[in-house]
Ligand binder design. Structure first.
Ligand SMILES: *Cc1c(COP(=O)(O)O)cnc(C)c1O
Length: 424
């Protein structure tokens, strides 16, 4: 170690100076026998805010007390409960309240969006995705292609990343240009789940629209992680889950964004249900569908209130933190601190896949050592209370989140990783 080595005290000083440090107390930190986990998997399952239990309990109590009357009585009657989430959820993704709805789960929403935005013709029936798309996304896309009578062999176009694992904006735009006459839809991530790379959503959308191709984004790893401006960037649609960075509980409901220019178009074809029907006449039960002229017009069913209550609790914490811009500022600081610690303790024994310019909270660490099995390293860390995740073939994903992770935890993680890698 050199004199300029980063010490635990340095990390503690950064925590002292962090204006968001008190937010950690808003969460339950998982522990083993009272020792808190070093929890760096908010990108997989975010932690539960302390207030969530009381928000869920409140609805259980209302149910116990009111029964069916709970739908209509009180300040947050269940009938309209989802409406109180539109604004705070829109703030997370930079949308307008009329463009955002919380409903279903992520893969379901992808299908609903493709039902509207994937309208293949014999000339244009292809969908562009990335080669390492999340399995569920690829499966959903292929099934849509088949459902319309086309074959994935012909109609699925996959962009291959560069040798460093990254996809440049230029190579994506080039793939769009090369296939512009046959593409019906483009579906890409906002942040790639494996590499942690943040995509230039605005620029990619410009390329797509230049050729009049619909474009949607899967924001599972972007929502609550990086700052987004979906309305301004003019994307057609987006879907994201709320159990990762948005801390709303396992399997919780998902978000969906439909740009105003589409959301207000009540004639746009869709897979519809009664909860998307005009609220004034919904209970006339006529069976003639008349869509709500907002993203709510894509709702199918009345939503599970207990899950919405957990989302409400979580979004409130985000609101109190200020904005995604504020959270982002801290994650950039944590990211560069993380990189400095890695560089100091591990040099080139570990490679961070995505460079700082295109990283959010998550750093994907490739272990580059002859004779070292990354998976064994990951398991050894796990036994020491470090929660990161392992992705085949050779990546440890670690995602310090600005709401509840400290600089000291980052420092400690790197020390433990260095111990495992020893002098190998
Ligand atoms: C987490 C994740 C999913 C999970 O989909 P569910 O429908 O919520 O089970 C899908 N796609 C991506 C890119 C993800 O990161």
């Amino acid at each position: 170690m050199t004199e300029s080595a980063i010490s635990r005290t340095d990390a503690q000083q950064l925590d002292q100076a962090d204006t968001l440090r008190a937010f950690r107390n808003q969460f339950h930190i998982p522990h083993v026998g009272g020792t808190p986990d070093l929890y760096l998997v908010g990108n997989s399952l975010g932690l539960v805010p302390r207030r969530t239990a009381s928000y869920v309990q409140e609805e259980l109590d209302r149910w116990a007390e009111l029964g069916v009357r709970g739908h209509f009585s009180g300040e947050r009657a269940w009938m309209a409960y989802h409406e109180c989430l539109a604004q705070p959820m829109a703030a997370i993704v930079g949308g307008q309240a009329n463009e955002v709805v919380t409903m279903n789960t992520l893969t379901v929403n992808l299908h609903l969006m493709m039902a509207t935005f994937y309208r293949p013709t014999d000339q244009r029936n292809r969908i562009l995705i990335e080669e390492h798309a999340f399995p569920s996304d690829k499966i959903a896309v292929e099934s849509q292609i088949r459902l319309h009578g086309y074959s994935p062999q012909e109609s699925l176009v996959e962009i291959v990343p560069n040798s460093d694992g990254l996809l440049s904006t230029e190579s994506i735009c080039q793939a769009i240009r090369e296939n512009r006459d046959t593409l019906a839809l483009i579906l890409l991530p906002g942040v790639q789940y494996y590499t942690g790379q943040v995509f230039d959503v605005a620029e990619i959308t410009r390329c797509a629209h230049e050729h009049e191709i619909f474009i949607g984004f899967d924001l599972a790893h972007a929502a609550g992680n990086v700052e987004l401006k979906l309305h301004q960037w003019d994307i057609d649609f987006a879907c994201w889950c709320t159990y990762k960075y948005l801390n709303s509980g396992p399997g919780s409901l998902a978000g969906c964004f439909i740009h105003e220019r589409h959301a207000t178009n009540r004639n746009l074809d869709r897979l519809a249900g009664w909860w998307g029907h005009d609220k004034q006449t919904r209970f006339e039960m006529s069976g003639d569908f008349s869509a709500i002229a907002t993203a709510e017009g894509w709702q199918l069913s009345n939503p599970p209130i207990l899950s919405l209550a957990a989302i409400r609790a979580s979004l409130e914490v985000f609101g109190e933190a200020g904005s995604m811009a504020v959270l982002n500022q801290k994650s950039r600081r944590q990211g560069s601190f993380f990189r400095e610690c890695l560089k100091q303790s591990l040099g080139d024994r570990v490679r961070v896949i995505a460079p700082p310019e295109v990283s959010g909270c998550q750093l994907s660490l490739e272990v580059n050592l002859e004779g070292v099995d990354g998976k064994t390293v990951h398991e050894a860390l796990e036994a020491k209370g470090v929660r990161t995740d392992w992705r085949e073939p050779n990546v440890i994903r670690a995602a310090p989140t600005p709401l509840y992770n400290t600089f000291e935890e980052i420092w400690e993680f790197v020390e433990l990783l260095a111990d495992e890698l020893g002098d190998a």
